[in-house]
Structures are given as structure tokens and as C-alpha cells.
Design a protein around this ligand. Structure first.
Ligand SMILES: Nc1nc2c(c(=O)[nH]1)N[C@H]1C(S)=C(S)[C@@H](COP(=O)(O)O)O[C@H]1N2
Ligand SMILES: [Mo]
Length: 184
């Protein structure tokens, strides 16, 4: 029979077990994240100059220092904030790579796909980036609160700050920026 005097012990045992299960779950998530971390992003596809950019190379672009931006999930749920981060405009990166444009209307048929090492992808159009106010807020970033990004974001990530829901184009573990012509 369980004595009443033993109940506190039982309570602590249950709490301890629950805590270690929770920390196991966190460890698993962190382990998985480590395997997705990227150190460089490749700019490729319909560009004149293919680029491979790590933090050192990114620092040579005009730096954008952002105070804070909200993260809102695709569902509309609040997903926290990005604070005190430093990065560069995707537009500036693409200008350096120079999107190939042979005919007057080529750029209007061009999209830019941000890809991550976990297979996540988010798409932008050339018009969005270069012909709308949204473009100014699309930032490839590599520093937060004065430190490199942690494993959950990788060393390189991206966000589109003018999106109504910023979560979907907050790309963690950024690996590629592909420029693609999608119509003839
Ligand atoms: N690489 C990668 N980036 C991703 C995701 C993902 O699964 N993989 N999920 C996205 C979704 S759905 C949201 S809401 C935000 C959430 O940002 P957070 O994970 O920093 O809260 O990340 C986005 N970026
Ligand atoms: Mo999301």
C-alpha cells in the first residue's frame, strides 16, 4: 500500500522523470539542428557570377542592423521575435551576382528560391524584390545580439520583414539562393 507520507517522494520522482524526458526531447532537437547548420550560401542559376558567401564575405556588403521584427507563423500564431540582428539585403547579393537578362521581359519571369539544408524552400519573385517596398526588408542575416546564430537557425538565415506572416519566409539553415526563369 502507498502511504500518504510517501506521496511527496512520488511527486518528485514524477517531476524528475518528466524533466529528463523533456530535456531528452530538447537534446534531440538540438542534435538534429547541428546536422542542418550551414556555413555558406551559394547563389546560382540564372546569374552571371555564381557566388559562395560565408559570414566574412557577407560582411563586405552594406550591413543592415535590425532592432526587432515579429515572427508570425503561417497559421497566424505568434512565433516570437527576431532581435538585434545584422545582415545584408538579398537585393544587394543578387546585384553582385547579376541576374542574367537577355531580353527586355526576362526579369519579370524570374523567381528567387531560398533553400535550406533541411529541404525547406521559400520563393520570391524578381518584382517583389526589386520593384516593391517588400524587397528592402528581405535580409540574409548572420549575427544576433552580437553573436553568431545558434544551431537552431544555423550560421546563416533569412527573413522577409514586410511579410504579413513572417514565419514562412524566415528561412533557417540557409544554403542556397537559386535564380530561376519560370516562364518563356
Ligand atoms: N529551414 C527551415 N526554416 C524554417 C522552417 C523549417 O522547417 N525549416 N519552418 C518555418 C516556419 S513554418 C516558421 S513559423 C518559422 C518559425 O520560426 P522559428 O522556428 O524561429 O520560431 O520558421 C520557418 N523557417
Ligand atoms: Mo510556421
Amino acid at each position: 500500500m502507498l502511504k500518504i507520507s510517501r506521496l511527496p517522494h512520488l511527486f518528485f520522482l514524477v517531476v524528475a522523470l518528466a524533466c529528463s524526458a523533456a530535456s531528452l526531447a530538447v537534446d534531440k532537437k538540438t542534435d538534429e539542428a547541428v546536422s542542418f547548420v550551414t556555413q555558406r550560401v551559394t547563389v546560382f542559376g540564372e546569374v552571371e557570377h555564381k557566388l559562395s558567401l560565408g559570414v566574412a564575405e557577407l560582411r563586405r556588403f552594406p550591413l543592415q542592423r535590425i532592432g526587432e521584427t515579429n515572427l508570425v507563423c503561417q497559421s497566424g500564431a505568434e512565433a516570437g521575435k527576431l532581435e538585434n540582428f545584422v545582415g545584408v539585403r538579398l537585393r544587394d547579393i543578387l546585384e553582385k551576382a547579376t541576374i542574367i537578362s537577355r531580353e527586355h521581359n526576362d526579369l519579370k519571369k524570374t523567381i528567387i528560391i531560398a533553400t535550406a539544408s533541411d529541404g525547406y524552400k521559400a520563393v520570391f519573385s524578381w518584382n517583389e524584390l526589386f520593384n516593391s517596398p517588400l524587397g528592402e526588408g528581405v535580409i540574409v542575416f548572420f549575427e544576433k545580439n552580437g553573436a553568431p546564430l545558434d544551431d537552431i537557425e544555423g550560421r546563416l538565415a533569412m527573413v522577409s520583414m514586410q511579410d504579413l506572416r513572417t514565419g514562412p519566409r524566415h528561412v533557417r539553415w540557409l544554403q542556397g539562393i537559386e535564380v530561376l526563369r519560370v516562364a518563356q
